[in-house]
Design a protein around this ligand. Structure first.
Ligand code: ATP
Length: 249
């Protein structure tokens, strides 16, 4: 299980995460929902350890002071001071907001870069799996990342993260800027990936409506705090959630 306990993150004096505690059980899809600036990316960075790098870089550059308190537990071991590369080796893999592909590199190169933690056999099996899951990528193998549509880029970004053999796959706003049709395609793929691989998927989204039906459990963030939590069904039945996310009052 991946768990955050009483997480607080400050950018200087600005409180970005306010005493967040979440539990991500194995073999689940966990949703992290919230408006712009609610703290979703900060939470994803903190779980994956990237926040430690941001903190270090800011300190070296004499920039803003980033303060992180609270604990992050992986199977009951505290990993709050473990650097992101070691967390990746332990299976915590972040697929960042806005995809961040290597734009000059081809689809295949982008995927292979993700496989740096995989054995040769794992890389081959996973590559075949990705091409089956996203058949649209078959014909685009040699195309540069910069010449793909947003949806195709997101498929590659998810594929690249899968190549790293995650146990916990963190998807930060994977639907951002995509058409409803592409969103539906990706949601279906994300559900299928979870069912087939048993990886735990933690997915953050602002426009959570299409994501609610596939989550086992979700947290709703507001101003850095988790203000509501429950199973996907419980939350979809909640009147506040209905009016905020489904336009029903
Ligand atoms: P979005 O949907 O816009 O990505 P988010 O829910 O991911 O939003 P965060 O990016 O985690 O939210 O931001 C949480 C708060 O922290 C926001 O008020 C944001 O302006 C602030 N913030 C984020 N990064 C920094 C930073 N490097 N320095 C200062 N403030 C920051």
């Amino acid at each position: 299980m991946l768990e955050a306990k009483n997480l607080m993150v400050f950018y200087e004096n600005m409180l970005a995460l306010n005493n967040i505690s979440i539990k991500c059980d194995k073999n689940r899809i966990i949703g992290i929902f919230g408006a712009n600036s609610a703290g979703k990316s900060t939470l994803m960075y903190t779980l994956s350890g990237i926040m430690l790098d941001i903190q270090k870089k800011e300190k070296m550059a004499g920039g803003e002071r980033v303060t992180i308190t609270g604990d992050i537990l992986l199977d009951n071991q505290n990993i709050k001071d473990v650097k992101p590369s070691l967390r990746a080796r332990a299976g915590i893999i972040l697929c960042p907001e806005r995809r961040r592909l290597f734009k000059e590199s081809s689809v295949l190169e982008n995927l292979r870069i993700g496989g740096y933690l995989a054995t040769k056999a794992q890389a081959k099996t996973t590559l075949d799996y990705i091409m089956n899951m996203f058949p649209a990528l078959q014909k685009l193998r040699k195309r540069s990342g910069g010449f793909l549509s947003g949806g195709e880029q997101q498929m590659v970004a998810i594929g690249r993260a899968l190549m790293a053999q995650p146990k916990f796959l963190l998807l930060d706003e994977p639907l951002l800027g995509l058409s409803p049709l592409m969103q539906a395609t990706l949601i279906k793929a994300i559900k299928a990936i979870q069912l087939e691989t048993k990886i735990t998927i933690i997915i953050s989204e602002q426009y959570a409506r299409p994501v609610f039906p596939i989550v086992d459990y979700a947290y709703i963030l507001e101003n850095g705090a988790a203000v509501m939590e429950g199973t996907g069904g419980e939350l979809m039945d909640n009147p506040d959630v209905k009016s905020a996310y489904f336009g029903v009052s």
